[in-house]
Design a protein around this ligand. Sequence first.
Ligand code: BTN
Length: 258
Amino acid sequence: MGFALGSKAIARGYRLAAYDTIGSTSSEAMERGRAGDAGRLWVVATEQTAGHGRRGRPWQTPGGNLAASLLLSLPKGSAQAATLGFAAGLAVTEAISVGCEDSLRLKWPNDVLIDGAKVAGILLEAVTLATGRSIVVIGIGVNVRHAPEGVPYPATSLAACGSHATPGSLFEALSDSWVEQEVLWDHGRGFSAIRDRWLGSAAGLGAPIAVKMGESVFRGTFETIDSDGRLVVRSGDGSATTISAGEVHFGAAGTAAL
Ligand code: BTN
């Protein structure tokens, strides 16, 4: 199996539940959270048989890739939990950067790209318990060795960009890079610093984008993300529109794919 937490993660009290194969690390983390786990628990596997992604899409994790889900338990009234995905995106880019750093970009809201192709996806799931506490599961899938086939977007793997990372080495680095981002995030109070970093690695900033929301498509220029992490798109008439959820496609290729 070969999974271990990094030294910073251990020092900060994180715990690990590691599997060779599991249905879904996020489902397992959510189940443990509902059963009363106190959080700061990573559930990891190198193969999932029922991984899920955003919009109810399946997420393929054949053996040799990394599926990692972090269970957090947030106090009643926690704001800004939705911005955790941006902190996670930064942690992933830092962990996978060795050898591929020049071509790494973050795509709103939570994808990690290498040369424009998706190498990692992040899914945030949250529930509020009867106690008022929120359970948040940050599910992270990284194509370490294999890129998925038959998906509706360009995909790649770390191996394809020359990285020798293994699921174990990558997870150890990720558990530590997460600690740095979590400290910066500071229960959402530090989101503006996270936002600045995220924008520094954002794909398509200042360029034409199309955002698919259900059946409708909104087109404009990707201007920024706001203080809540929402996408800000400038239209041809000069007006700005703020978008909370949608699927971003870049430039002419994105337009053709819609
Ligand atoms: C996306 O659609 O881009 C998000 C994909 C998230 C996949 C990860 S793999 C680990 C965790 N377990 C799951 O079932 N999903 C997430």
